[in-house]
Write a protein that binds this ligand. Structure first.
Ligand code: AMP
Ligand code: GLY
Length: 426
């Protein structure tokens, strides 16, 4: 089987790495990819957002499957174009990707499907926002309705800051904002593979969204992750499948927009029980890096089964007993205006540490050197027998890498490794 992966981040590098390891997979292509992906797959200079170009590339290469990594191409309909060209695609149609592309739409589907989530108000103007903020009280949660690369949400005790964010969102043409009640409790990311009808859950992971240690500073795309979650209730995955994923997939099918791909369930385990914080229509980054490090089943076979409506033939997945931790190395000034063009060294050295592999995100080759080209630059993955050892392995890898003024969190998986996470409501 030959596969084309669309995207260029560490998530796509993790996908490519796992696909290459599948004995059924004979070749992996990536568009546009990055230098790390280029070490193990064939790169093609095609813009991931250009639906016609991606579909034409898939046809020209004669691939058996296209896997779309990021949300923006999915929302733009790359999955539709690939399927229209006759190639199976792991990734939802533009219509189904609206589960991520519009928070108001996701809320409407959840309401129709009876999925537990935060109470919310969708607002078209600032007076509605002010009323909703007053109704729910602090902490305030204000979300841009549309795609915002992980930066559209503000959670604050400051009503003026909440209003200012809402104004900035509403100032853009056609934009609405969603104001929500605040959800307490630890967050979990659970990826659920869907073939339009059937669902197969992966292993849960936890992501660290804020830039700074102790969950301080602005939200980012994600600064690190770990899996498994020793503190999570044993029934968590079953509960998410039964109460969240299957009803959502059933509702999408009922609407005539079946969901094929991965439904990313962003959850809060609150004092009042399980709640959906958000849906995404794709694998999470950096959670994918740790989840795939633990998956024992061949990934290509699994994603093809999802893309072609055959997930029911697939039994429950098998997992390595290991734990995995990933630490993201980000450039100076991320997430505001990341500085790029700095030389990166030590990647190969880090890769020699037992249990470490380094995945590329914002990197590019220049004059024979590797230089930074984006906000999140590398994702260093450490695998060990348990979380404390996976953590140590990952940070040993991070310490080998040099990038001027780079940023990384030093507390990824610390609380879990020390047994300090509790779930009051479950
Ligand atoms: P989202 O893009 O909707 O995932 O939001 C990004 C992050 O903001 C989440 O991962 C949470 O950490 C936080 N967040 C979103 N919604 C809420 C909420 N209702 N209550 C508390 N925190 C939230
Ligand atoms: N890790 C958060 C995301 O992928 O949206």
């Amino acid at each position: 089987m030959q596969i084309l992966v669309v995207g260029s981040g560490a998530r796509e590098h993790a996908l490519v790495r796992a696909l290459v390891a599948d004995p059924e997979v004979t070749a992996v292509h990536a568009a546009p990819g990055n230098p790390g992906i280029g070490d193990v797959a064939h790169l093609h200079e095609v813009d991931a957002m250009n639906r016609a170009a991606v579909a034409a590339l898939a046809v020209r290469l004669g691939v058996d499957l296209v896997v779309v990594g990021p949300e923006a191409p999915l929302v733009a309909g790359v999955g539709d174009a690939v399927r229209e060209a006759g190639v199976p695609c792991f990734g939802p149609s533009g219509a189904a990707a609206a589960l991520e592309g519009s928070k108001a739409f996701a809320k409407e589907v959840m309401a129709a499907a009876g999925v537990p989530t935060a109470a919310s108000r969708t607002c078209d103007d600032i007076d509605q926002v002010a009323a909703a903020l007053a109704e729910f009280g602090a902490p305030h949660v204000v979300k841009d309705d549309g795609l915002a690369a992980g930066k559209g949400v503000v959670v604050t005790d400051d009503a003026q800051a909440a209003l200012a964010h809402a104004r900035a969102c509403l100032d853009r043409p056609g934009r609405r904002v969603v104001v929500e009640e605040y959800l307490d409790g630890p967050e979990v990311s659970l990826f659920v593979l869907c073939d339009g009808t059937n669902v197969v859950p992966l292993a849960p992971a936890q992501d660290f969204k804020r830039i700074g240690d102790g969950d301080t500073g602005p939200n980012t795309g994600g600064m690190g992750a770990y899996s498994p979650l020793p503190w999570a209730p044993a029934t968590l995955v079953d509960e998410v499948v039964t109460r969240v994923a299957q009803p959502t997939i059933d509702e999408m099918a009922r609407r005539g927009t079946p969901f094929v791909g991965v439904l990313y369930c962003g959850l809060a385990l609150t004092s009042r029980g399980l709640r959906v914080v958000e849906f995404n229509a794709r694998f999470g980054d950096p959670e994918t890096q740790v989840v795939l490090a633990r998956l024992a089943d061949p990934l290509g076979t699994l994603l093809l089964a999802a893309a072609t409506g055959h997930l029911a033939d697939h039994g429950p997945l098998t997992w390595h007993d290991d734990a995995a931790v990933t630490v993201v190395i980000a450039s100076a000034n991320y997430p505001a205006t990341p500085r790029t063009g700095d030389v990166i060294t030590g990647v190969a050295l880090a890769g020699t540490v037992d249990g470490v592999h380094v995945l590329h995100a914002g990197t590019t080759a220049r004059d024979g050197a590797l230089v930074s080209s984006g906000g999140r630059v590398l994702s260093v993955v450490g695998v060990g027998d348990d979380l404390p050892s996976a953590r140590t392995v990952a940070y040993t890898g991070v310490d080998k890498i040099r990038l001027a003024d780079s940023q990384h969190r030093t507390d990824i998986a610390t609380a879990a490794a020390e047994g300090r996470i509790t779930t009051p409501g479950l």
